[in-house]
Design a binder for this molecule. Structure first.
Ligand code: ADP
Ligand code: MG
Length: 406
């Protein structure tokens, strides 16, 4: 069975449609620093409005752990969404409570409401299926149909992604369709050499994907927070840098497997080591096997790949025909540690072939560093979701919409 698309929902005039978007944008002091994910949701929202539907938009923001937390309110997102849509968006201050009910009841034709953060409710991400289902039923009561368009979460079996799609007539939105078009090019006979670049801070999530990814690529470049687990696997010391000690054995296994099947795992040869975490922290470049030999000793923090590594990674990327990059190479939010991420982004713009950037923070990074979307083959709104797709995994949020990988 193929992915159900908007057309499968029939005539939506006068109907209330719940739309799961991924509006999980980066915020700093309450300000949105990259609105890429909001922009990416507009196509579907405009198409549904043009079809005469009333819209109940739902999303998560950050990881508030199942209880309301003002820091993770979607209120600033409602304002930006309204500006970008060019019409009012009502914001409901809860997700399935009285405020949400009142806002949904008051919806007129063609109007839009955004409900408060889904993850303020424990049922959204509960491990317990009946608990998720009961939350999904409350959401489902708000609409006649469900459109799933949060590509960044389709790898999660969560109430608003999976159970909700079972409660109502459901279909994928235009963003999910567009994302899948590009990702299929990366999985169905990609041009070689095929290079995947991994970084970022969700270390254990991303280490998990490497095993399945290895047989599919020619080269794997490792930067960001996960590089230190690789360095430790090689017997080096990494000071106070991010480290998943319990994954060291797994990583040794990856290094051995890569050797056996002829895939290159390329690790940094140098690292930028800082005295502490901060934009004004003193920092030096150290060889990857001498991180604890700097003046900061055992407490130095590796916050970016070094210049030699940047040059090496850039030349490997530029000689590739297909590149997928997820995860910043360093703490790009702090200017002294942005150079590695900048170098990799620039190399991707020079690829003679298909270069794809995926991940919320990775997309934000390339835009913040001054690149424009059209310099890349595609900027995906999903990091984890894209990676799991490339691994060939079954993604619950797509399967529930009828999708089956070839
Ligand atoms: P994405 O959203 O693109 O999938 P992640 O969420 O996994 O990426 O990671 C993004 C974060 O990783 C950024 O906020 C960045 O500061 C952080 N990061 C990158 N390198 C390091 C490092 N060496 N130490 C700590 N954090 C890092
Ligand atoms: Mg992220």
């Amino acid at each position: 069975m193929a992915l159900r698309t908007l057309a499968s929902l029939g005539d939506l005039a006068g109907k209330t449609v719940i739309v799961r978007c991924d509006l999980n944008v980066p915020l700093k002091d309450g300000q949105i620093t990259d609105d890429g994910r909001i922009r990416a949701s507009l196509g579907t929202l405009n198409a549904l409005s043009s079809a005469g539907a009333k819209l109940v938009v739902i999303s998560h923001l950050g990881r508030p752990d199942g209880t309301p937390d003002a820091k993770y309110s979607l209120a600033p997102v409602a304002n930006r969404l309204s500006e970008l849509l060019g019409r009012p968006v009502t914001f409901a201050t809860d997700t399935v409570g009285d405020a949400a009910k009142a806002a949904v009841d008051a919806l007129g034709d063609g109007s839009v409401v955004l409900l408060e953060n889904l993850r303020f409710n424990a049922g959204e991400t509960s491990k317990d299926a009946p608990e998720r289902e009961s939350f999904a039923k409350k959401l489902a009561a708000f609409g006649d149909a469900f459109v799933s368009d949060g590509f960044g979460v389709v790898h999660r079996k969560q109430a608003s992604v999976y159970e909700l799609a079972e409660q109502l007539p459901s279909a994928a939105g235009l963003l999910i369709e567009a994302e899948l078009d590009v990702l299929e090019k990366l999985t169905v006979s990609p041009q070689k050499p095929y290079t995947v670049v991994l970084g970022g801070s969700k270390v254990s999530d991303k280490l998990d994907v490497i095993g399945a990814l290895l047989p599919r690529v020619n080269r794997l470049l490792v930067g960001g927070g996960m590089l230190f687990t690789f360095l430790v696997a090689q017997g080096y010391e990494v000071g106070g840098s991010l480290l998943e000690l319990d994954q060291v054995e797994t990583v040794r296994g990856y290094l051995a497997k890569a050797k056996e099947i002829g895939v290159e795992i390329v690790l940094p040869t140098d690292v930028v080591v800082a005295e502490k975490f901060g934009g004004d922290a003193r920092h030096v470049v150290a060889a990857a096997d001498a991180i604890e030999q700097t003046e900061f000793g055992k407490t130095g923090l590796g916050l970016d790949i070094g210049p030699d590594t940047s040059r090496n990674f850039a030349s490997i990327i530029e000689s590739s025909k297909t590149v997928f990059w997820n995860g910043p190479m360093g703490v790009f939010e702090l200017p002294p540690f942005a150079a590695g991420t900048y170098a990799i982004a620039e190399a991707l713009t020079r690829v003679d072939g298909l270069a794809v950037v995926g991940g919320g923070d990775s997309a934000a990074a390339v835009r913040e560093l001054g690149f424009s979307d059209d310099q890349f083959g595609h900027i995906s709104t999903g990091g984890g979701a894209s990676l799991e797709f490339l691994e060939g995994k079954k993604l619950p949020g797509l399967e529930v919409l009828g999708w089956q990988a070839q």
